[in-house]
Design a protein around this ligand. Structure first.
Ligand SMILES: Cc1cc2nc3c(=O)[nH]c(=O)nc-3n(C[C@H](O)[C@H](O)[C@H](O)COP(=O)(O)O)c2cc1C
Length: 357
């Protein structure tokens, strides 16, 4: 038995292995935020590749929460029905399905990359964006600094989206509190310039993200795991950093968060990101060492031996892969072969399992 293919149980959910698919925006939903055949085929392929968990992309909890007009949502019943078709298929493969609930805040209201990815104002089909601040990110739209009503509405949106995620058959929710999106906008001193109880001290900057997390945990069945993706550092002086992340993670754990998915960056358009293969894996390792919570490593994991080694070194408990899954959606089948682990192929694909001819 290898560590990568050792099952993991969190609350009432058993994951068959620790090679997981990271959330990846597809910019392929229709104009109503409804997922379709593209999502079924791509997420379905990861399931036939036997990842332990397939995490669907950043999904808006409200229309204004979407990054782009082509991002999916989970705020209404039509969206739930479309997602259910996908989770049903993933489950036929013995694979667990997750959804990343997201609010893009001041990074919202864009066209899809296929259409240039530019900022859209309301007259072009875009919308008023919201943030901790009224300062825009780079050349993007000027956000409205959220007042208490906006904050209450947004928390209610997250809670309603959580109920919908359950109806849609998801086993896991991951809250997107990374990459300079709304929750991270409140956390980072570089994007939060408030003087009320949501800004200033670390306790105040954490308040909104913790309120969102508590509302989601309360609306999510007790037997289902809740993950949070954080940017463990802004890679910038005076920004969000590991020390603050450790405090935040301890608070998240107290609320009932089960796993931290450790990413980084996104607050600034340009940051001093180290150019080393393990730069982000070390962030997961530090969080695990300093808090003891389950952690996921993500970023530049491409090789089965590399994934196995980082688990053996106890840098993380699971591995999320993004770009390698784009290159090889059945990567877990290959990794199992390379590591000599037993894995059950789908009946239709079993002829490929011998690898010798
Ligand atoms: C096409 C694409 C879309 C992405 N979309 C998301 C997303 O929706 N949410 C998120 O948290 N990260 C997103 N990411 C980041 C990945 O989840 C991952 O953290 C990053 O690509 C580093 O992992 P890798 O080196 O295995 O690609 C995306 C990455 C790619 C390549």
């Amino acid at each position: 038995m290898t560590l990568l293919f050792e099952p993991l149980t969190i609350r009432g959910v058993e994951f068959s292995n620790r090679a997981w698919v990271a959330p990846m925006c597809q910019y392929s939903a229709d104009s109503k935020g409804i997922v379709g055949d593209w999502h079924l085929v791509t997420l379905g392929a990861y399931a036939t590749g036997k990842a332990g968990l397939v995490m669907a992309e950043a999904t808006g909890v409200s229309p204004e929460a979407r990054i782009s007009v082509a991002c999916p949502g989970i705020w209404n019943d039509d969206q739930v029905v479309a997602w259910k078709r996908i989770t049903d298929f993933i489950h036929t493969q013995g694979v667990k399905a997750g959804i990343q609930l997201a609010h893009a805040g001041r990074k919202a209201s864009t066209s899809s990359p296929a259409n240039g990815g530019g900022v859209l104002d309301p007259s072009q089909g875009g919308w008023q964006t919201f943030s901790a601040t009224n300062r825009p990110f780079a050349e993007m739209s000027t956000p409205k600094a959220m007042d208490q009503e906006d904050i209450d509405r947004t928390i209610a949106d997250f809670a309603a989206a959580t109920v919908n995620a359950d109806k849609a058959g998801f086993d896991v929710i991951e809250l997107h509190s990374a990459h300079g999106y709304l929750m991270h906008q409140f956390l980072s001193p570089l994007s939060n310039d408030r003087t009320d109880e949501y800004g200033g001290s670390l306790e105040n900057r954490m308040r909104f993200p913790l309120m969102v997390t508590a509302a989601v945990r309360a609306a999510w069945p007790a037997e289902k795991p809740l993950f949070v993706r954080i940017s463990a550092t802004d890679w910038a002086d005076s920004g969000w950093d590991m020390e603050q992340s450790v405090v935040f993670v301890k608070e998240l754990e107290r609320i009932g968060v089960d796993l931290i998915d450790a990413s980084s960056g996104g607050t600034l358009p340009v940051a001093a990101i180290p150019n080393e293969v393990n730069y982000q894996i070390d962030l997961a390792a530090q969080i695990k060492a300093q808090t003891g919570i389950l952690t996921a490593a993500v970023g530049r994991i491409t090789q089965s031996a590399q994934a196995e080694q980082l688990l053996e070194d106890q840098k993380a408990d699971v591995c999320f892969l993004a770009r390698q899954m784009l290159r090889d959606p059945h990567w877990p089948l290959r990794a199992a072969h390379e590591l000599g682990a037993k894995i059950r192929w789908s009946d239709q694909m079993r002829a490929g399992a011998s690898w010798s001819n």
